[in-house]
Design a protein around this ligand. Structure first.
Ligand code: ADP
Ligand code: ZN
Ligand code: ZN
Length: 834
């Protein structure tokens, strides 16, 4: 029999293949062929560029290099090698596959989230014609066609090119064009480092002296808004006293932020050459006042520190229960220094929002530029800098948010998980739905590092493990410097309502205290964990309420923007002038959010300077820091906010905290509601009275002051709360006594979704048994983005290894998804769901 000619010459010994992790949701590695000239340089953990699917290119990471060709498909060639040195460590590769297995997702999903996009090139890489190219005779027909398209455009992505030229294998053609220097491919990795610029304003030179300024202010008597802008500028930059200060100028956004009127006044002032704008380069990680400071621990803090160190000799994980204001940060700093001195790396994890504040400034003062900061609000440039800085050894210490667990450490000695109870450590979307605290423990285990969990209100799980002796346990139960915990008072709103003492949402007690605080020039914080003006609009005549067309929820009324918004999918409607159902004009708001509080407050205290901090006021890049520094600088009397204000803020002048809607938090239909309510209220309360000379006050408005959890909060009795909660958890077999896996089945038709969920339950029950599989259930919000949801909850005992169960669950999910009768059904798996 005649043998067929081999398509590609093939030699066992000298031909190399690489298994690659590609950031796509497909559950396997892909084998590619290594070009001969790349063999020497290619290393496990390096990034490469490969063609994938039709006309797409991806950045992939080399997982394994070997000699076996794939037997079901012909391996394509790797196009390009991006790193001479691996950018991903062996530990990370191990972590990625562990996470895929543990969190029931694909390794590509993990890579996709792990790599900052600055290190990924997808089909969005752009190709550009090289104007210096002048060897057209070298080109093939395919190349000519492609080049012709490129000449017509400034730059095109691989995908756009694919669409324009049709069938040809675009990545390969581009590769050969690159070789002939006919085109330039550019991507984020090779993009130049872009310095960070800030736009500032200052008075023009003419007004740089006292007389001119005073004359200017007098001259603007009839234009109070413009006068106001100038006064505000002078309040930040006291040019009247020291004209030289004017040169430095003021961040333009500070003058701009109030309202449109002041914006247009500023514009006019600039047009009239009273103000001028200019740009300056600022250091990316703001290193003003960088003198390093010595930390002197108090005796109690020192003892806690020693206890942690000695606990580490026996346990790998230690829980530090330190009340708010006890100076946990100081203890951390000490331990970090200790670990760094011994030559190991340190990772300090913080919840998202806490990282943007004072804590970073404090750490910066101690660790200077040896410290990297990893934050999701940072640009790609910054994230890539940190990643590479760790590989290069520039950063031994990184403070970061949950995704910092993906950084390429290889010699960790200590991981600190601050505010370990925080739910924002769990990623909800997209996969991997990981918990950074738990992942940190896994990483520490591999790298033989220690983990310190810290919190004023530990999660029930962690406290339980500490009690059981699985974790070491250290307490820090006194505030720093004689500051006392605030005096917490429960205000009975039901009673006040009966006595007609409430003014809208405000009890008379709270208004009274706010008044006193204003008179004393002290600051207050009001907490309402709901943004917008009110959660419902309702017609008094026909009961119509505004609902989202895509989700099963009512639309939140945002007065400032005159909009009804869905907080699940972002759908927006204009506010109707009258009831859309019956035409009645009696449409009223039900319930209240931060916007409404702010509004009502301004009516009661017209003189007060009120600021709101929630998702809506902090969308702009620096808005959050801006509000914090305004508040810190004493330019705000009352700060109204959502849970954003509960985290890590440390203001000396706050002596009053008011808490709204505690009842809703407590009665939230969820097994962690009590724990959450305790944590949230205690943390917010902890913002008050951080000064030795004045005890702070916390007022909690509730319709039922007798509720047990409120009593525990009053007495600052975490332990008592824990003891009650843990019994409940055991009785109902919830974590820490079980592990939860939540499967959410989704489909555009309710019937299909339900059918799929029922089938899944039936199949899972077969092997796992009825006690372990609950549901299917209709979740609180049963439709989101036009998809009907059903949830299935799987409870696995702690005593059994979840590994086998997960393999089985995954198998059943895949079976379901491959059923043609259930097309377009999706299943989201959430392991250790919160
Ligand atoms: P926690 O994180 O436990 O709520 P912080 O670390 O924010 O507490 O400390 C509360 C306040 O006390 C901060 O303003 C901090 O600077 C101050 N503080 C705590 N310990 C010390 C210390 N040893 N020396 C100086 N200031 C301290
Ligand atoms: Zn109506
Ligand atoms: Zn919606």
């Amino acid at each position: 029999m005649q043998s067929l000619p081999q398509l590609v010459a093939f030699d066992e010994e000298t031909t190399f293949f690489a298994d690659l992790i590609i950031p796509v949701p497909i559950p396997k590695l892909f084998t590619y062929r290594v070009p001969r000239d790349m063999v020497e340089r290619l290393k496990v953990g390096a990034r490469v560029i490969v063609p994938f699917g039709k006309n797409r290119v991806y950045t992939a990471v080399v997982g394994r290099i070997h000699h076996q060709p794939p037997n079901t498909y012909q391996a394509k060639y790797i196009l390009e090698l991006l790193d001479e040195y691996p950018l991903v460590t062996g530990y990370q590769l191990e972590l990625f596959s562990w996470m895929a297995e543990y969190y029931l997702c694909n390794i590509g999903d993990v890579l996709n989230v792990a790599l900052p996009s600055g290190l990924k090139i997808t089909s969005q890489s752009k190709v550009q014609y090289n104007p210096d190219f002048d060897y057209p005779e070298l080109l093939t027909d395919d190349e000519v066609r492609l080049l012709d398209e490129l000449k017509k455009h400034s730059a095109l992505s691989y995908e756009e090119l694919g669409r324009l030229v049709g069938e040809t294998n675009v990545p390969t053609t581009i590769k050969s064009l690159v070789g002939k220097r006919a085109v330039i491919v550019f991507d984020e990795v090779r993009e130049k480092y872009v310095p960070k610029m800030v736009r500032k304003v200052r008075l023009t030179a003419h007004y740089e002296n006292r007389e001119q300024i005073l004359a200017l202010i007098n001259g603007l008597e009839k234009l109070p808004k413009q006068q106001e802008v100038i006064m505000k500028y002078l309040s930040y930059i006291p040019v009247l006293n020291n004209p030289a200060l004017n040169r430095k100028g003021l961040d333009k956004t500070i003058l701009n932020q109030d309202d449109e009127l002041s914006q247009s006044s500023l514009q006019t002032l600039i047009k009239n050459q009273i103000f001028e704008t200019f740009e300056v380069i600022v250091p990316r990680f703001g290193d003003e006042d960088m003198q390093s400071v010595e930390v002197k621990l108090t005796e109690i803090q020192q003892r806690a520190c020693n206890q942690v160190l000695s606990a580490f000799t026996e346990k790998d994980i230690v829980l530090l229960h330190g009340i708010t204001g006890s100076g946990k940060t100081e203890v951390y700093i000490n331990l970090i220094q200790n670990a760094l001195e011994s030559g190991s790396q340190v990772l300090y994890l913080l919840p998202e929002i806490a990282l943007t504040t004072q804590i970073v400034v404090r750490l910066r003062k101690v660790f200077g530029d040896k410290m990297g900061i990893y934050h999701s609000k940072f640009s790609d440039n910054e994230r890539v800098e940190v990643w590479k800085g760790i590989v290069d050894g520039q950063y031994q210490f990184v403070v970061g948010v949950r995704s910092a667990v993906f950084l390429p450490f290889d010699n960790l000695g200590l991981i600190i998980v601050d505010e370990e109870h925080e739910t924002s450590y769990k990623q909800h979307d997209p996969a991997p739905r990981y918990h950074a605290r738990d992942v940190a423990m896994m990483i520490a285990h591999w790298q033989k590092a220690k983990v310190l969990l810290g919190s004023a209100t530990p999660s029930i799980e962690s406290y339980y493990h500490a009690q059981q002796g699985r974790y070491g346990f250290v307490e820090l139960l006194e505030r720093y410097g004689d500051a006392m915990l605030p005096d917490i008072v429960l205000v009975n709103t039901r009673l006040e309502k009966q006595q007609r003492k409430m003014k809208n949402e405000f009890s008379s007690v709270l208004l009274d205290q706010l008044q006193q605080n204003l008179e004393r020039g002290e600051q207050s914080i009001l907490f309402q964990n709901r943004r917008g003006y009110s959660p419902y609009l309702q017609c008094e005549d026909c009961e119509w309420t505004g609902r989202c067309p895509n989700c099963d929820v009512s639309l939140t009324y945002h007065m400032r923007d005159a909009e009804l918004r869905c907080h699940y999918c972002g759908h927006k409607d204009p506010v109707p002038k009258s009831c859309p159902a019956c035409g009645s004009y009696k449409v009223r708001t039900i319930g209240f959010g931060t916007e409404k509080l702010e509004d009502q407050l301004q009516i009661v205290f017209p003189e007060a300077r009120i600021q709101r901090m929630d998702l809506d006021t902090t969308r702009a890049k620096n808005a959050y820091q801006q509000i914090i520094s305004e508040f810190e600088g004493g330019n705000v009397d009352i700060l109204v906010g959502t849970q954003m204000i509960s985290k890590g803020l440390d203001f000396g002048n706050v002596s009053l905290v008011g808490i709204f809607d505690s009842d809703r938090m407590i009665h939230y239909p969820e097994f962690r509601a009590i724990e959450r309510a305790f944590q949230m209220i205690t943390q917010v309360s902890g913002r008050a009275g951080r000064r030795a000379d004045r005890r702070g006050k916390v007022l909690i408005q509730t319709s039922n002051p007798q509720q047990a959890v409120l009593q525990k909060i009053l007495e600052n009795d975490y332990k008592g709360l824990f003891e009650e909660e843990i019994v409940e958890r055991e009785n109902y077999n919830y974590p820490p006594f079980s592990r939860l896996i939540k499967l959410t089945v989704r489909h555009a038709e309710q019937r299909v979704s339900q059918q799929a969920a029922e089938r899944l339950v039936a199949q899972l029950t077969e092997k796992l048994g009825e006690a372990r599989v609950l549901g299917p259930e209709v979740p609180l919000v049963e439709r989101i983005r036009n998809q009907y949801l059903y949830t299935v909850l799987i409870k696995l005992e702690r005593s059994i290894s979840p590994k086998a169960a997960k393999v089985f669950i995954l198998e059943k999910i895949n079976e379901l998804l491959s059923d043609k009768g259930l097309k377009a059904v999706t299943v989201v798996a959430d392991v250790d769901c919160l």
